[in-house]
Write a protein that binds this ligand. Sequence first.
Ligand SMILES: Nc1ncnc2c1ncn2[C@@H]1O[C@H](COP(=O)(O)OP(=O)(O)OP(=O)(O)O)[C@@H](O)[C@H]1O
Ligand SMILES: [Mg+2]
Length: 503
Amino acid sequence: MDARREIEVLIRAKYPIVYVVSWEERRVEQALQSVSQTLNRKLHSWSVTQGMKPAVVRTTGPANPSQLPGELEALALIHEAPEYSVFLLKDFHVYMRDSRVVRLMRDLAARLRGRTQTLFIVSPSLNLPVELEKDVTVMEFPFPEPPEIEAQIKEAAEAAKDNPKLDLALAPEQLELLVRSAQGLTADEIESALARSLVETKKLSVDQIIEEKKQIVRKSGILQFYPADSGLKDVGGLDLLKDWLETREKSFTDAAREFGIPYPKGVLLLGVQGCGKSLVAKAISATYSLPMLKMDVGRVFGSLVGQSEDNMRKAIRIAESLAPCILWIDELEKGFAGTGGGGISDSGTTARVFSTFLTWMQEKTKPVFIVATANDVSSLPPELLRKGRFDEIFFVDLPSGEERADIFKIHLGKRKRDPQNFNIKTLAKSTDGFSGAEIEQVVVGALNRAFDQGRELLDSDLLDEAKAQVPLSRTMAEDIAALRAWAKVRARPSASPKSGQNR
Ligand SMILES: Nc1ncnc2c1ncn2[C@@H]1O[C@H](COP(=O)(O)OP(=O)(O)OP(=O)(O)O)[C@@H](O)[C@H]1O
Ligand SMILES: [Mg+2]
């Protein structure tokens, strides 16, 4: 439903208070103005600097200007305003921390209910005091839609047309690309990006729009662009997982969409520490040639009430605005642990943030491919693992002999050594129970040994180093056994059973 239509429905259905989440005051006000006109309502806008415009003709109460602080006065005015009015309070979320404001708003909600008066609050973030949760309807004001963006781009070109230095010609494909890349930006952001593009490149180019988006990601503090610095060739073993990822690559194309294949949702990688989960996540970005955003779940949780959910929604919005893209959530269990129980100390914040995320996973239509990694399944909420959230759940086990050989080759190669000069088979045999990360450590440790003694790396350095290390799998044998048992029935193996022998 488009925003205007939603506003109209809310006003006609006599909702008392609507909280509009948007950075775009101007667009919200325009939408309210146009709907108010259609419905024969009078729109009054209030801001702390301008007061109420146009002024409200009071039906009751004192005629003299009151001595109340501005925000309370605004609410008092609404209380006494005639029917058929619509109010817009700007930046009002700041005042909603005051208990008097909250009280007055609750009274107001009771009064406005069923009357032809509606109060809108517009704010860039959702910070709703719990007391008001039942009285206030929250509405997300969507970013400009493609036709709106197209009109805006044409307007920008029209406005600049007298400048002979600019190249404003836009082929239909270019225009389409611009419109597509500008989705997820506010009208103001699009305007600045277009203006900057004209100044810097003398034409309307996509680059500035992408730059604008990078800015937004940087400012978010929750997401971060992750460069695709490794590919699947840097991942040893895990043949089934790699095959699966490679076959999925085609599902990202338009041809797949036409064929009726939905966008891939994402994949969950569960498994033993240091066996390449994060490595695979990074490799996916390179394999699919899609930008990757990493979400820092820890940062989602803010200290203010409502802030965490708001952060999550913001992160989702940003990720969607960059679609198609990959959203990597590393160590998922650290963020969402214990949400199953409900009776946890943070009064359900984690659970609410988590449910926002789950709902999005279920309903998202934008091509945001989620790659989540976790190594402690016991604390993961079961809802997450239900079919339909992820396309597949993979279990990443300790590498088998063959896989260890593969990993040795990769890490020797990465450090400018020719694997053929080493007895890889023996090395693989003597590192039973080692994770990929531990094998890497063996290689690095051995290099240090050799360097220290002023000679080239030998097999014996690697073997000595392997002997000196106690793999985590030995100290954590029980945990790993439990994890395997759990994964056996719930997840798909990442490596084929043949290579899985003698784990
Ligand atoms: N299968 C593998 N092939 C090649 N290198 C590997 C493999 N597994 C691990 N490594 C090496 O170990 C490093 C650490 O692995 P990674 O961070 O991917 O483990 P993880 O499964 O995410 O562990 P954790 O659960 O502790 O986050 C990698 O950067 C890589 O150098
Ligand atoms: Mg990891």
